[in-house]
Design a protein around this ligand. Structure first.
Ligand SMILES: NC(=O)c1ccc[n+]([C@@H]2O[C@H](COP(=O)([O-])OP(=O)(O)OC[C@H]3O[C@@H](n4cnc5c(N)ncnc54)[C@H](OP(=O)(O)O)[C@@H]3O)[C@@H](O)[C@H]2O)c1
Length: 291
């Protein structure tokens, strides 16, 4: 009898997890490839309708087809995050048609190794794509939804380069750290104005085993990568409010395996306690993983 009860509870929990994002609308920038595509696939497998946004149409078509083949609901829109108004128009159109927007994954980004020999225009390109563009989009959404009562979750794909001064990161690390800062300024504003319907999340992956990063790892340009699956699962846990905080690192740590770590934000820093991002706890995801 007790066993039956346990299995029914287990089943209910399983169904709830599977349908956790049922009928929700999610826009994912950079949804045609890598982390964005992985998050889109997982959200759609859990019931969300996903709208993938990127610049290259054939990659978008392929990603939407992959999701539909697995039974998901997906559409795409072509948009360049660095063109002011492009993504904003898509957000307006989707919100007007669907009458809701539950999740926005602010994920589109580029990475190029940059050091003292890099042409500064490549550094500027990263600042534009990884900071100015997602910062502008984040500000737009927070502004747009601030006088509605509709809950919206915004997940920002940052990087461990946000809080680590790493080689080759003059452009990328700087851009991610500044995006982190914009997101916190907006969060502070939301708190001060007592606006509770907008929830901002940040994920800080280490290098991830996407094709570009695997190539760079082989050349010794980046650290050992974690799996795409680990990052996607962590992103979903954040959006499902299953994590100890809304700030989560996921990555490969030598001698530990794949690890998730959680941080709390100190909004009351002082001259002798200047740390904004503070370690909270960690969880071993896979201690057997070898890159
Ligand atoms: N891979 C890693 O190791 C790693 C680690 C930490 C954080 N991240 C972050 O995770 C995010 C995704 O990275 P990823 O490795 O999954 O990248 P990816 O596989 O190269 O995919 C990037 C996606 O963003 C789109 N995109 C790029 N520039 C865009 C623009 N200006 N406007 C609209 N879409 C644009 C790309 O499509 P189009 O080119 O067709 O537009 C593509 O869909 C980035 O923010 C990255 O910084 C990655």
């Amino acid at each position: 009898m007790e066993n039956n009860h346990i299995s029914i509870t287990f089943l209910k929990r399983k169904i709830f997890t599977i349908l956790m994002f049922d009928n929700q609308i999610a826009i994912i920038t950079g949804g045609s490839s890598g982390i964005g595509k992985g998050i889109a696939e997982k959200l759609s497998s859990m019931g969300a309708k996903v709208i993938l946004v990127a610049r290259t149409e054939d990659k978008l078509i392929k990603a939407v087809e992959d999701i539909k083949r697995k039974g998901g609901i997906a559409e795409y829109r072509i948009g360049d995050a660095t063109t002011p108004g492009d993504i904003e128009k898509i957000i307006d159109e989707i919100y007007n048609n669907e009458k809701r927007l539950d999740i926005f994954v602010n994920n589109a980004g580029i990475f190029k190794f940059s050091d003292i020999y890099t042409d500064y225009k490549d550094i500027t390109e990263m600042i534009d794509t990884d900071m100015i563009a997602p910062g502008r989009i984040l500000h737009y959404i927070v502004n747009k939804f601030s006088d509605t009562n509709k809950e919206i979750k915004i997940l920002n794909t940052l990087s461990h380069a946000t809080f680590r001064i790493m080689s080759g990161n003059i452009g990328y690390g700087t851009a991610k750290e500044a995006l982190f800062r914009i997101s916190l300024q907006l969060e502070k504003d939301l708190k001060e104005k007592n606006i509770k319907n907008i929830k901002i999340y940040r994920i800080y992956p280490s290098s991830v085993a996407t094709p570009q990063l695997l190539e760079m790892y082989k050349k010794g340009l980046v650290e050992a990568p974690t799996t795409l699956e680990s990052v996607v699962n962590e992103a979903i846990d954040l959006l499902a409010d299953k994590t100890p905080s809304r700030d989560s690192f996921v990555g490969y740590i030598p001698n530990k395996g794949i690890v998730a770590a959680y941080y709390y934000i100190n909004f009351n820093t002082t001259y002798n306690n200047p740390n904004v991002l503070n370690f909270l706890s960690e969880k071993i995801i896979d201690d057997k993983y070898k890159p």
